[in-house]
Design a protein around this ligand. Structure first.
Ligand code: HEC
Length: 123
């Protein structure tokens, strides 16, 4: 009898642990972790994803500039603007019209916030 109670308690404990685990960087909860996952996606909506053009290795150019250290040379407003209005201020040496101009429509407000939060971690 005692053994059975102990076993049931153990089973309950395992259930509780399973329910609590794995929630950590769930994309639905947003923030930098969600932005990181989004950045890595090969395709976002109808567009080639960020990582198809942007490396995270310093000075490595794929199509666009590497975003390594972006948080050290830019700020939140400028990063947001370069996603929504890529041609408004061009990075030296890169042509206009290359980065998709449609992120304002393709990304939800939450996705944009998540991406900016992630890029701000790249010091
Ligand atoms: C088709 C290629 C391409 C894709 C896809 C792309 N970019 Fe870009 N991106 C560029 C190019 C080229 C530039 C440099 C010219 C300019 O400033 O617009 C740039 C510039 C930037 C800059 C400014 C960098 C700096 O040093 O100031 C940021 C930030 C940026 N992109 C973020 C993103 C994010 C986030 C995504 C995904 C949502 C993305 N890009 C998708 C090509 C791309």
């Amino acid at each position: 009898m005692r053994k059975t109670v102990y076993f049931i308690l153990l089973a309950l404990l395992m259930l509780v642990l399973a329910a609590c685990g794995g929630g950590g960087d769930d994309a639905a909860s947003g923030g930098a972790a969600a932005g990181k996952a989004l950045f890595a996606q090969p395709i976002i909506g109808t567009q080639a994803g960020c990582s198809t053009c942007h490396s995270l290795t310093p000075d490595e150019v794929i199509v666009g500039p590497s975003l390594a250290g972006i948080a050290s040379r830019s700020d939140e407003a400028a990063i947001r603007d370069s996603i929504l209005n890529p041609d408004a201020k061009l990075v030296d040496g890169f042509p206009a019209g290359t980065m998709p101009q449609v992120w304002g429509d393709e990304l939800s407000g939450q996705q944009l916030d998540d991406l900016v939060a992630y890029l701000l971690t790249l010091k």
